[in-house]
Design a protein around this ligand. Sequence first.
Ligand SMILES: C[S@@+](CC[C@H](N)C(=O)[O-])C[C@H]1O[C@@H](n2cnc3c(N)ncnc32)[C@H](O)[C@@H]1O
Length: 237
Amino acid sequence: METRLLLQDDRLSHAMDGINQYAKELDDDELGQGVHRHFVGDLWDEVGDLQYRFLRECGLRPDMNLLDVGCGCLRGGLHFIRYLEPGRYHGVDINASLLRAGMLELRHAALDERGATLLQRADFDFQAFEKKFEVVIAVSVFTHLFFNHIARCLHGIKQVLADSGVFYATFFNAPTRLHLEPLTHDPGGITTSYDSDPFHCHPEELATLAYWAGLRADVIGEWSHPRAQQMIAFRHA
Ligand SMILES: C[S@@+](CC[C@H](N)C(=O)[O-])C[C@H]1O[C@@H](n2cnc3c(N)ncnc32)[C@H](O)[C@@H]1O
C-alpha cells in the first residue's frame, strides 16, 4: 500500500509568514543534507521515540486511526507508521518541503509501502481524510501558534475526533493566565513569550479555547520532554 502525498501549493506555507519559521520551504539540496531534521527542532530519535512511547502508554493500538497534526518530516510519524496497520497513519502539515522530506525518510526506512497519507493544509480542516480518529497528536505545534490558530485547530479536531477519541497536544506552560513576561524553561533553556514564537500559555487558556470548540481539556503536564514542553489532552465535552 503506497504512501499518498497530497500537496496543494508551496505558497501555502506563507500563511505562517511573520508568525513562525515554517513559512520557509527547504530546497532539494537541503533535504538531501537532512536539514529538515534540524528545522523541526533536532532531537530526532529522542523526541520521535518519546511521542511513540507516550501514545503506546495511552493505549494506541495498531488498528486505530491516528492523525498527526503538524507532522513535519515524520519525526514521530516514522515510529507510528512502523507500528500501525497499513493505512492507519494520517499526517497534516502546512509546509510542503517537510512533507517531501517525510517521504524521503519513509523511503530510507523502507516504510513507504505502509499506506500513510500525508496532506498539506494550512487551515486545520481535516475532513479531506473522510475518517474519524481515535487518537490525534500535535507535538511542538501549539508552541508555534497564536491562540486564534489553536482555536481553529481545536474546531477542526472536533469535526473528526471519534466519540471516544483523544487529542494530545504539547505546550509551554505559563504559571498564570495572561503571563506577559518571557519565561525560560528548564530543561532545554528555551525562552518563550505570550505573543511571539515560541509561545507559552496557561492550561486554562487552552481549556477556554477548547470549550469554545466543544471540547474539554485535561492537563497531563510533564511527559519527559527534553525541552520542558507539557502535555494536554482534549476530548468531546
Ligand atoms: C516543531 S515542528 C514539529 C513537527 C512534528 N510534530 C515533530 O514532532 O517533529 C512544527 C510543525 O508544525 C507545522 N505547522 C506550523 N503551522 C502549521 C499550520 N498552520 N498547519 C499545519 N502545520 C503547521 C510546521 O510546518 C512544522 O512541521
